[in-house]
Design a protein around this ligand. Structure first.
Ligand code: ZN
Ligand code: ZN
Length: 323
């Protein structure tokens, strides 16, 4: 992609102004705390360590948050790659909310805009926004990873990007009750730790590891898809953007790091479509389908995959029947 095709000022179409107060809140919740919490974790480990109880609670909260973002917010509600029963839909939306990345309608609006303008003017978080020289790319990587949360003066207008979600009564009350979900993101691990240990110290310790540190790690892992998986890694399918595959990002995000096919076919329920591309989120959707909780799953179509493949795609699996 040429430098001339990228610039830092996205068009304002489909956006609304963000107030200074809201940008400051984004700065604290989305930038400062995710940087400070891991540093605090290092100090905590230095001082009194982390026990198996906190590790189990943090790992469970991590898994729920990542699956909530990947399967709930992203594949189900943003891209409609499958349909499912109402209780599961609500549960997945709540699980995504526990990741503390905002109400689902806002998340989906930003993400649909990302797909429409991917790595071109209008993309809210392209690492190529400032050009492709070394310094410009480093600045772009930071921008795509987290800085855009604060620097963006305009955010995606929900009425423009997600009218379907705004028309959904379940999404409306989930959006309205988002502060409760955010509080639960900390109270759940604290309650689990307190009950397990039978002490306030256990609650505080689980609040720190399963709440604060877990959410910071979840944010960095998710944002790596926007930064790393639009910059490094291989690209076996032809897309107009720089979406790519990064195996360790895919591992940590339960499949979201297989980002190249996702941009080729955004509504597909499976992102890791080549041999060896483990996609835990697709496996979970497959499990939901098998037990009858999910239906109309959009599994990859081998003909469409063949039509989109580039020179590096000689080992695409012949069957598109799911993971
Ligand atoms: Zn992308
Ligand atoms: Zn997407």
């Amino acid at each position: 992609m040429s430098t001339s095709a990228r610039r830092s000022d996205p068009p304002a179409a489909g956006t609304v102004t963000v107030s200074t107060g809201r940008r400051t809140a984004y700065l604290i919740v989305l930038v400062v705390i995710p940087l400070v919490a891991p540093a605090a974790a290092v100090v905590a480990v230095w001082g009194w360590g982390i026990g198996p109880r906190d590790l189990v609670i943090a790992a469970l909260m991590y898994a729920v948050s990542i699956f909530g973002i990947s399967v709930g917010y992203h594949r189900l509600l943003t891209h409609r790659s499958f349909r499912c029963r109402r209780p599961l839909r609500i549960a997945l939306a709540v699980a995504g909310g526990l990741a503390l990345q905002g109400p689902v309608s806002l998340w989906a609006a930003e993400h649909r805009r990302h797909h429409k303008y991917a790595d071109r003017p209008g993309d809210p978080h392209s690492p190529w926004a400032y050009g492709d020289s070394g310094r410009a790319l480093l600045r772009g990587l930071l921008h795509a990873h987290m800085v855009w949360f604060y620097t963006a003066r305009r955010r995606s207008d929900r009425r423009h990007w997600v009218p379907d979600l705004l028309a959904d009564p379940d999404i409306r009350w989930l959006d309205a009750l988002y502060p409760v979900t955010a509080a639960a993101s900390f109270l759940l691990p604290a309650a689990a730790g307190g009950l397990w240990a039978g002490s306030w110290a256990g609650a505080w310790s689980a609040l720190f590891w399963g709440g604060l540190v877990r959410y910071a790690v979840v944010h960095h892992v998710t944002w790596s898809v926007n930064s790393i998986a639009h910059t490094f890694g291989d690209r076996e399918f032809d897309t107009r953007d720089s979406s790519s595959n990064v195996w360790w990002v895919a591992l940590l995000t339960f499949g979201e790091g297989w980002h190249n096919w996702h941009h080729a076919e955004p509504t597909c329920a499976r992102h890791g479509v080549r041999k060896g591309q483990l996609d835990a989120s697709a496996r979970l959707i497959r499990m939901f389908e098998r037990v009858g909780w999910a239906h109309d799953v959009r599994w990859p179509d081998p003909r469409r995959m063949a039509a989109r493949r580039g020179p590096a795609a000689d080992d695409i699996e012949p069957s598109g029947a799911g993971p």
